[in-house]
Ligand binder design. Sequence first.
Ligand code: ANZ
Length: 934
Amino acid sequence: MEFNFHEIESFAKRKWQQQNVYYTPQPTELSSHKEKFYVLDMFPYPSGAGLHVGHPLGYIASDIYARYKKHCGYNVLHPMGFDAFGLPAEQYAIQTGQHPAVTTKNNIKRYKEQLEKIGLSYDWNREVITCDSKYYKWTQWIFIQLFNSWYNLKSDKAEPIQTLINEFETNGNINVNAACDDDVIKFTADEWKNFSEKQRSDILMKYRLAYHSEAYVNWCPALGTVLANDEVKDGVSERGGFPVERRLMPQWSLRITAYAERLLQGLETIDWSESIKEAQRNWIGKSEGAEIVFNLDNSTESIRIFTTRPDTIFGVTYVVLAPEHPLVEKITTDDRKNDVLKYVEYAKNRSERERQADVNKVTGTFTGAYAIHPFTNEKLPVWIADYVLYHYGTGAVMAVPAHDSRDFKFAKHFSLPIKMVIQPKENFDFSQSSYDEKNGICINSDFLNNLEVKDAIQKSIQEIEKRKLGKRVVNYRLRDAVFGRQRYWGEPIPIYYDEQGIPRAVDENDLPIELPEIDKYLPTETGEPPLARATQWKYKGKYEFEKTTMPGWAGSSWYFLRYMDPHNDKAFAGRSITDYWREVDLYVGGSEHATGHLIYARFWTKFLYDLGFISFDEPFKKLINQGMILGNSAMICRLKDQPDTYISAEKVTDWNKVSKVYVDVNLVDENDFIAIRDIQANSVLYGENLKFISDVPNKIKCYREIEKMSKSKFNVVNPDDLIDKYGADTFRLYEMFLGPIEQHKPFITNGITGTYNFLRKLYRLYFNDKGEFNLSNDKPTEEELKLLHKNIKKIREDIERFSFNTAVSSLMILVNKLTELKCNKREILEPLLILISPFAPHTAEYLWDKCGHKESIINVTYPEHSEKYVVDNAFNYPISFNGKMRFNLEIPLNIPKEQVEQIVLSNEQTKKYLGDKQPKKIIFVEGKIVNVVV
Ligand code: ANZ
């Protein structure tokens, strides 16, 4: 009976369905307590192109782990869903007029079919789709909780806004220590009571965790929306590569900055790769230093600067404001007004990233004003320059050109003085370029003498605080997250505006606020977001709704909680249920989400924890980032001087004389050849009346190159095609066999027949020569038992350290050896199926059934290895004669020396090497060597 994967797969899938094996019981459905284990994949955005072979890599790995944990007796939660709101569906809708809900639904259907084919053990009963109003009702609900909360720095957590209002009513905000906007004014309880409703709303807005404010945003005119910082790469949109400019716009934002320190500290408690943690640390960007006040000459205004090097204060030679700084307008002298205005205009359109990236482009202008050095009373010119960012620190710096490279470039460019601060213990290289002989002045400040930089910083902060010139501060580079998009295909923000224009949260009982139908998915003629087209869409029939929608990351910031209790219509998830499932034990997904999704999800988890809705404050305990699957592009070589002629790659001698043209990798055979007729069939791409130079009839050889997998490079491999040809189990094994899960690696299909043959070989172990299923109940030999038990141990260890490629190769070696031994013992081959099952579940299930088991293999207990078969009780000794190694001999361990000598001397090969000589001495080191001295 031949290995027929079509039959095997349909059999296994039917059995799984009949026995409902993927159904994951809730804690309340369990008759006795069962440990839980939560394995999650980052859910996909269902794009129109379907899955390619890169996607399933992580899914297969997590599936193996989930199946393994089931065998180990855990109640495993392994769900899947779709991140279904977002730009591509909307772009497509704009182009074709098709409703994004329709295309999204079709794409989801296609993805599910593809995932089903691979045999992933998802409990689809728990599917979560972010664009489903039953789901986004709770996304909106969480937004309302954020809107109705503030961050109390005294208790270091989020609290209901009502507690803040109570405090305002009794003490004003004098004693409040909150994460809030910089510009809140101090007020008393009486003043609070006298404020108008609008004024109170405006004040509270400065404290809310979801707030509305005028903010500079990354505006992408081509996409018609605001983008998050991590969606802008090198000044253009990550999606589409369109220019991005900075605009001041009223925006909904989330006060993630309140959580900066906890997001940083929490990293110490989770098992993620150091590189992702480092990316988050950099994104949060904590720096400790001082704020120092510089008074202005002839003015009552003063400038607050932020520095991490207050010890360099004696080297300050000028002060710089960000062009957007509100003081610029006030302090600029009349004669400098024109230049300053022009410069401000210029800087306005440069994104922060550009401003930081262009280190060699030195621009700026003098304001005409002077600041007074707080220690020396020297007059320092005040400049504006766009290397100073408005939204970092205080938006102003004290420039120390001798010690800061950007200040140095600036000073050089504009011929400003450079003064070096020497601390005798600081090892300065006087020949270094930043020391300007001509202008350089070395200063020893009395209180900084003889200190190391680290101590000098601390000492200077103390001195600054003592003299009341400033204070110690900690700054974070992290910004509040812009939350509103001027787009259609997202969750409506559940806010309406009352008669006075005051934004209010809709009543929780009115959720979900469903996305209204509109005629066109474009902004209105007056530039309002698409939702403004829904003119009849009003709250309670009269109030205007907020017209922006939530960003793509809203739904994905909490979806892992919904899987726990997906049908709950009273809460986002029941507390007793989240208490059981808790955080995700193993999360698998791409590292590209380091500073987006993975930070936002941590933020929302901490927030929900603060309000007591869940009992854990990190969402993902262990994170694995699967490597990228690269394409193995194929190209045919066209002669540059005869563009109608293609030459086989093996015949090319001068690569400068050919240009390479992509061909579809799916047309190329294992030896890298493509049929000439396949080239001729596509005259649009390859030309007409073609000539071919090749030694092989009807074929030419392609040139191959490893690069990113992309449609434009014709190197995309579709899993469906491979599964149709080789079966799902072969595909699963092959993806794992490609290499360590976390490594980037090319998808080279040539090797897939190897894994296919492995499965056939495995299968044949269970059948006799006549093709009949045939297992024997004989006792296995010691050798067979050893093989099995060593592999039980090895494969378990491999899976537990996520080394799936080595597990697969161990399975291959094991099957080869059992084939050599012609082993058909039930006692060996049944446990073997359990070892195979997480990797090749269909084949394992099929053979398990043949073994006579009617219950699915999925819940069968993982075999335990027996220590006695795993420890080696013999050693393969190198046997030497006069120090020369001649052959190896297996000799039991733990036997007396005399017995070892006897075994060696009675061996046929020994007799050959000894000839007629007598051994003088035998040197024996247990577990190492035997040396016969003659
Ligand atoms: C004087 C000084 C001397 C500085 C020196 C550095 C070295 P991090 O570590 O990234 O926090 N800075 C402060 N606010 C800025 C802003 N809004 N835009 C651009 N630069 C700003 O960097 C803090 C340092 O960056 C601060 O310390 C300040 O320059 C500059 F030898 O002050 B320093």
